[in-house]
Design a protein around this ligand. Structure first.
Ligand code: TYD
Length: 200
């Protein structure tokens, strides 16, 4: 058994958080040591940066640089050591989120995101599960959120750009992306997740 890096992506309100414990259990039952982590965050420094990223106003470029600062720390301290001991790393978001949110949503030049990705090693997940829902659905789900953060406060146009950018990433990297239609009953989504995990 070798290490494996799985990431979970999707617009805010796609329902990703609901499925994470279920996916982690499926993977554990396959015998993996599962390291469940998240971005921005995943390390003490990363969690401090997360606080700033979610609540402190800043320019889109600063936001991008801080996302990658947190990501580099996460890679060095958590992801790479776990993979080296053959664990399975399950991360709630990774670099695809910077392509979707900072480039797609905020309009940061794609070259900046590509350059930063390369500067921290150009590391790619083995599998990315993209939870996809129409923007009306994610906005509806978010409308009930208490104390929305800087991203959750954005409007439907912003989320539409993010959804489009994610779908474009999935089309660019079809070998590692699985698009999950997350606008279905929970049971159906779980069946599909079971199917995907049983085949890894
Ligand atoms: P999210 O993963 O949705 O956590 P929660 O479910 O606790 O709200 O929140 C993280 C936010 O950070 C989300 O709105 C997307 C944003 N984000 C980026 O903009 N770029 C990135 O590279 C990453 C990792 C996250």
């Amino acid at each position: 058994m070798t290490g494996m890096f799985i990431t979970l992506e999707g617009v805010d309100g796609a329902g990703k958080s609901t499925h994470i414990p279920f996916i982690a259990e499926l993977l554990k039952s396959k015998g993996y040591e599962v390291v469940l982590t998240r971005e921005p965050g995943g390390t003490p420094l990363g969690e401090k940066l997360r606080e700033l990223l979610l609540h402190q106003p800043m320019s889109p470029e600063t936001e991008t640089l801080l996302m990658f600062a947190a990501r580099n720390e996460h890679l060095q301290q958590v992801i790479l050591p776990a993979l080296a001991r053959c664990a399975l790393v399950l991360s709630d978001r990774f670099t695809d989120a910077s392509f979707a949110y900072q480039h797609g949503g905020r309009g940061v030049a794609v070259d900046m995101v590509i350059t930063l990705e390369q500067m921290i090693g150009g590391f790619q997940p083995d599998l990315t599960l993209l939870f996809d829902v129409p923007v009306e659905v994610s906005c509806q789900r978010l409308s009930g959120a208490r104390d929305p953060d800087r991203f959750e406060q954005e409007n439907a146009t912003f989320f539409q750009k993010i959804r489009d950018a994610y779908l474009q990433r999935a089309a660019e990297f079809p070998q590692r992306f699985r698009i999950i239609d997350a606008n279905r009953p929970l049971e159906e989504i779980r069946n599909e997740l079971e199917d995907i995990i049983s085949n890894i």
